[in-house]
Design a protein around this ligand. Structure first.
Ligand SMILES: [Zn+2]
Length: 204
């Protein structure tokens, strides 16, 4: 996989037209990780690309590692909403948004787990978290999906002055994605070093 002219190029990347996003994104320095909170990646990508949907993202990563790119990395996407990072508001203006296909928080009924939209999730895909809220259940990410997302982050760090890697829940109190199933420590390890703040970036 590589980035050419601000888009990912690889046999596992599908471009999805998303003409609603046209504002330039110059020198993004932040990556924001999200979950789709929906079903499969293709349907989420098509939903986010729809002109009627007031949200979008640069890429959506499927559970099988397939990637859908909606918005080039030199164009702003609408993934962050009302948001702030270290005193800067409107995070869309300086960030790249990566969506991971994942149903989010799950509900337990007897010994079965369901998404908020009613789909049953097999127990093999359930992540059990013991935390401040007690025991909560989340849709687990797949190892392949995380590896592909980390590879995309590495390429972004190479091409843009990326010095922040955060979750949507880090930049707004309205959202909880990528949620408690997201393995921040191992993910940051896979991505490796980010740029130094203020270090500038090489041309993509
Ligand atoms: Zn989000």
């Amino acid at each position: 996989m590589q980035i050419l002219s601000h888009v990912l190029v690889s046999p596992n990347v599908t471009r999805v037209a998303c003409d609603k996003n046209r504002t330039q994104l110059a020198a993004p320095d932040t990556i924001v990780m999200h979950y789709t909170g929906g079903g499969d990646a293709r349907s989420s990508a098509l939903y986010l690309a729809d002109p009627a949907t007031k949200a979008s993202a640069h890429v959506v990563v499927a559970r099988d590692g397939q990637v859908f790119q909606l918005v080039p990395f030199n164009t702003r996407a609408w993934h962050a909403g009302v948001s702030a990072l270290e005193g800067r508001t409107n995070v869309n203006a300086f960030s790249i948004g990566i969506e991971l296909a994942n149903a989010g928080r799950l509900t337990r009924r007897d010994d079965r787990w369901f998404t908020w939209f009613g789909t049953e999730i097999p127990s093999s895909e359930v992540c059990v978290v013991v935390g401040k809220e007690g025991i909560t259940y989340w849709h687990a990410y797949t190892p392949l999906q995380l590896r592909v997302a980390a590879r995309i982050c590495q390429l972004l760090v190479k091409h843009y002055p990326i010095c922040h890697l955060v979750g949507h829940s880090d930049i707004t109190t309205r959202k909880q994605d990528p949620g408690l199933a997201f393995p921040w420590e191992s993910f940051r390890e896979m991505v490796g070093e980010l740029r130094q703040p203020g270090g500038g970036g090489e041309a993509a």
